[in-house]
Design a protein around this ligand. Structure first.
Ligand code: ZN
Length: 491
C-alpha cells in the first residue's frame, strides 16, 4: 500500500535561505533544459553538424535522426546505445557543475530528479496533455529527493546537503512502511515535506464488490445544499469562497494589491495576504469535505453519485456575433461567471474523490451513474419531462407526484444504480417519518446573534446591522418540505 503524508517543516533561517536558493537554481536549469530541447528539435532539420550560438553546444543532426525530444550533447553512450534527451541532459550536469561551481551545493539527486521532472512533463505532452511550460517563481516551488536518501528520527528529518531539520511531527509513520520519494515544497505559509510511504505486505484498499452491497444511498450534489441524500437528509453548503464575507475580504485585499506599485516590496506583501486568504479557504473546504465524506459513507454500503462532467459545466459561453458588423453581442457569460465560481467553490469532484477514498478504506464502494434525466424523471411513475421541475419544486405532469426536486433526484440516482449495477438491496425499516438531519454546524439561534449586534450598533452608531439577518434566519429554519401532500398549497 502507498500512503502519502505531509508534514510542516521548521527550517532555521539559513536552511530556508538555502532551500530558496536551490529553488532558484533548479528553476533556471529546468528552463534551460526545456529551451535546449525546443531548440534542438528545430535545429534537427538542418543538414550537417552545427554549434548552437546560445549554448555553444555541438549537435550532429546527421548522425542522430529527428527525435521528438532531443537535447544538445553527445547522443551516444560508450556502449553504442542511444541516449534520450533526459540522459543527455543528465550527463551534462557534470559540465554544469564545472562551469558553475555554486551548483555543487545542490544534492546531485535533486538535480537529477529535476531533469526527470521535465521528462515527465514531456511524457505527459506526448500522452496528449499540454506542452511543458517555462516556470517562474510562483509555479516552481518544489524539489524532490530519491528514495532512501532522507532519514527520519523523532521530530527531525535529515535532508542531504541541507542537514538535520526539525518538523511538526503531526502523525507518526506506521511500522513497516518504507520511505519512498520525498518532496520539499514551498507554500504561502511555510515549507512542507511530503513523504511517500510504501509497504508491499499491506494490500491496496479494495472496495466492496457490488454483489455484496446490501444498502445504498444516492447523492445529488447541489449549490443551495451541498448534498441531498436519497434518505431525505441534506448537508449545507458553507460556500467558503463565495459567501458574502469571503468575497468582501478578497475584494479588499485584491484592491490593496492593485493600489501598490508594480514590482515593489509592498505589492509582494499585499499579494501574500491574498494568497493566505486563498490557502485558508482551501484548508477550510478540505476539512469540511473530509467531515462530510465520513458522515456520508456511514450511511450505507454503496454511495451512488452522478458521473458529472464538471469542466463541461463551467465552460464559458460561446461568443455571439452580429452577422453584418461582426460585433460581439451579449452571450450571458457575465451571468454564468458567478454560477461557475459557485460550482468551483463547491468542488464536487474533490468531495467525490474523498468519498471514494473513505469508502474504500471502510470496505464500502462508490458507484457512479449517468446523470442523464436524473432531475427530470418522476420517481413514482417514471415520466420524463422538463416541465416536471419548477426550481426547487417537483410536480409530475403525469401522475401529480409532488416532491422536493433535489431529494427526488437523489432517489432517482439510487434507483439508477440499482438498475445499472444490478444491486440486491435489502429493505431497512424506517420507523420515523422525518429523516434524521446531520448537524455539522449548529444553527445560530436568533437570541444569541441579534441582540449582541444591536448593542454594538447603538453604542458606537457606526456599524450597520445587516438588515436582512432576521429574514435569513427565518429562511434557514423554514421547513416547507415536510408538510404532507394533503395540506400542500399545490393541490
Ligand atoms: Zn409521476
Amino acid at each position: 500500500m502507498i500512503l502519502s503524508y505531509v508534514y510542516k517543516l521548521r527550517p532555521s533561517g539559513s536552511q530556508s535561505a538555502k532551500m530558496e536558493s536551490w529553488l532558484n537554481m533548479l528553476r533556471s536549469t529546468y528552463n534551460w533544459c526545456l529551451a535546449d530541447r525546443i531548440e534542438t528539435y528545430h535545429y534537427s532539420f538542418i543538414q550537417g553538424a552545427y554549434c548552437s550560438l546560445r549554448t555553444k553546444a555541438e549537435a550532429y543532426p546527421l548522425t542522430c535522426c529527428i527525435v521528438k525530444n532531443g537535447a544538445t550533447g553527445n547522443p551516444w553512450t560508450h556502449s553504442g546505445k542511444k541516449r534520450n534527451a533526459g540522459t543527455i541532459q543528465d550527463a551534462a550536469l557534470v559540465d554544469l557543475k564545472a562551469a558553475r561551481p555554486w551548483y555543487k551545493s545542490i544534492d546531485s539527486d535533486v538535480l537529477q530528479r529535476n531533469i526527470a521532472r521535465l521528462n515527465t512533463a514531456y511524457k505527459n505532452f506526448f500522452d496528449g496533455r499540454g506542452f511543458p511550460a517555462f516556470k517562474n517563481r510562483s509555479n516552481f516551488r518544489s524539489f524532490e529527493y530519491k528514495p532512501g536518501r532522507v532519514k527520519f528520527k523523532g521530530s527531525e528529518v535529515y535532508l542531504p546537503k541541507i542537514g538535520w531539520m526539525r518538523f511538526f511531527n503531526s502523525r507518526s509513520i506506521p511500522d513497516g512502511f518504507v520511505i519512498r520519494s520525498v518532496t520539499i515544497r514551498r507554500k504561502t505559509d511555510g515549507w512542507f515535506i511530503s513523504v511517500r510511504l510504501e509497504d508491499k505486505s499491506v494490500p491496496e484498499l479494495i472496495p466492496r464488490p457490488t454483489s455484496e452491497v446490501k444498502t445504498a444511498v444516492g447523492l445529488d450534489m447541489g449549490l443551495t445544499k451541498l448534498v441531498h441524500c436519497s434518505d431525505g437528509s441534506d448537508i449545507p453548503n458553507p460556500r467558503f469562497a463565495t459567501n458574502q464575507k469571503a468575497k468582501r475580504t478578497q475584494l479588499i485585499r485584491q484592491r490593496r494589491v492593485s493600489r501598490t506599485k508594480k514590482g515593489s516590496a509592498n505589492r509582494k506583501k499585499r499579494a501574500e495576504s491574498v494568497a493566505k486568504l486563498h490557502s485558508k479557504i482551501r484548508k477550510r473546504r478540505s476539512a469540511y469535505q473530509w467531515q462530510v465524506a465520513n458522515k456520508l459513507v456511514k450511511k450505507a454500503d454503496a454511495i451512488v453519485v452522478e458521473d458529472l462532467n464538471i469542466p463541461g459545466m463551467v465552460r464559458r459561453c460561446k461568443p455571439k456575433r452580429e452577422e453584418q458588423t461582426g460585433r460581439f453581442l451579449p452571450n450571458g457569460q457575465s451571468a454564468k461567471r458567478g454560477l461557475n465560481r459557485s460550482i468551483l467553490d463547491a468542488s464536487w469532484g474533490e468531495l467525490i474523490n474523498k468519498i471514494q477514498y473513505v469508502a474504500a478504506k471502510s470496505g464500502k464502494v462508490l458507484l457512479k451513474v449517468n446523470p442523464r434525466d436524473t432531475s427530470r424523471e418522476c420517481s413514482a411513475c417514471g415520466h420524463i419531462d422538463k416541465a416536471n421541475r419548477d426550481r426547487e419544486r417537483f410536480i409530475c405532469t403525469e401522475c401529480g407526484h409532488f416532491d422536493h426536486a433535489d431529494k427526488q433526484a437523489a432517489r432517482n440516482i439510487k434507483h439508477k444504480a440499482v438498475v445499472e449495477y444490478g444491486l440486491n438491496l435489502i429493505k431497512v425499516p424506517t420507523d420515523c417519518g422525518k429523516p434524521k438531519q446531520l448537524n455539522l454546524f449548529e444553527t445560530p439561534s436568533a437570541e444569541l446573534t441579534v441582540p449582541r449586534r444591536r448593542k454594538h450598533d447603538t453604542r458606537k452608531g457606526k456599524r450597520r446591522v445587516p438588515g436582512n439577518l432576521g429574514r435569513q434566519l427565518e429562511l434557514f429554519s423554514q421547513d416547507m418540505w415536510n408538510v404532507s401532500s394533503t395540506e400542500s398549497p399545490f393541490f
